[in-house]
Design a protein around this ligand. Structure first.
Ligand code: GRF
Length: 219
């Protein structure tokens, strides 16, 4: 992308702890994204307050006011485009995107999904990993395509599931990993180190054969 800080919009629906990680890492100088706007589809999302506290324009477009998914997505994009974002970060944005939206920002939307994709797309990932008796669990930053949780993976953070662990504690640990890997992955995309081409993730001109895997033994 460009040498100046990449204009980045963050879409949320809830707490926004990942948004906070981006805000904090920009403030600390460990990433250099320009978080130009935050959008929520839920007026009560706490992440809107986090954005306001950081002086970032925060807007809510309430999805319940629209008849179709695409109508809502077009309204979000109309707001978003006022800020001319180069990168769209989905951070707990609990809406399935229409093909129109995905094409509008083709190759420029990232999501974080709390599982080691392609394992466990969809919901309740932590409980599903525990119920399956998995030894490890993790979280994945991926490009967004029209297939839900199915776009090319960029980075994965992985940890051991502890014996007898509950879904609640696992979720907490996974979120702490997310806060470390998501801003870094976004920066790699902003810097052009990782690119979306021909439906795949590319690194250094070659297709990424597997996501970059980071183990977190101490989380
Ligand atoms: C994250 O755990 C992410 O994996 C999922 O939604 C959650 C959002 O949490 N997509 P927060 O709103 O960033 O705290």
């Amino acid at each position: 992308m460009s040498a100046r800080a990449c204009k980045t919009a963050v879409l949320i629906s809830g707490s926004g702890s990942n948004l906070q990680a981006f805000i904090d890492q920009v403030a600390a100088g460990s990433i250099s994204l320009d978080i130009c706007a935050v959008f929520s589809n839920r007026p009560e999302a706490f992440g809107l307050e986090r954005a306001q506290n950081a002086g970032i324009p925060a807007t809510c477009v309430d999805h319940t006011e629209f008849d179709t998914r695409e109508d809502f997505d077009r309204a979000v994009a109309a707001e978003l485009d006022k800020y001319e974002p180069e990168l769209i970060i989905l951070a707990g944005f609990m809406r399935i995107l229409s093909p129109w939206f995905v094409r509008h920002y083709a190759g420029r939307i990232l999501n974080i999904h709390p599982a080691l994709l392609p394992l466990y797309p969809g919901l309740n990932t932590h409980q599903r990993a525990i119920d399956a008796g998995d030894a490890k669990h993790g979280t994945t930053v991926h490009f967004v395509t029209e297939e839900l949780d199915g776009g090319p993976c960029i980075v994965q953070g992985r940890l051991d599931i502890r014996p007898g662990e509950s879904a609640a504690t696992l979720q907490k640990r996974i979120q702490s990993v997310e806060h470390q890997i998501y801003p870094r992955a976004a920066q790699m995309v902003a810097d052009g180190e990782i690119e979306f081409r021909e439906g795949q993730a590319f690194r250094g001109g070659a297709p990424l054969q597997a996501p970059l895997m980071i183990d977190f033994p101490d989380v």
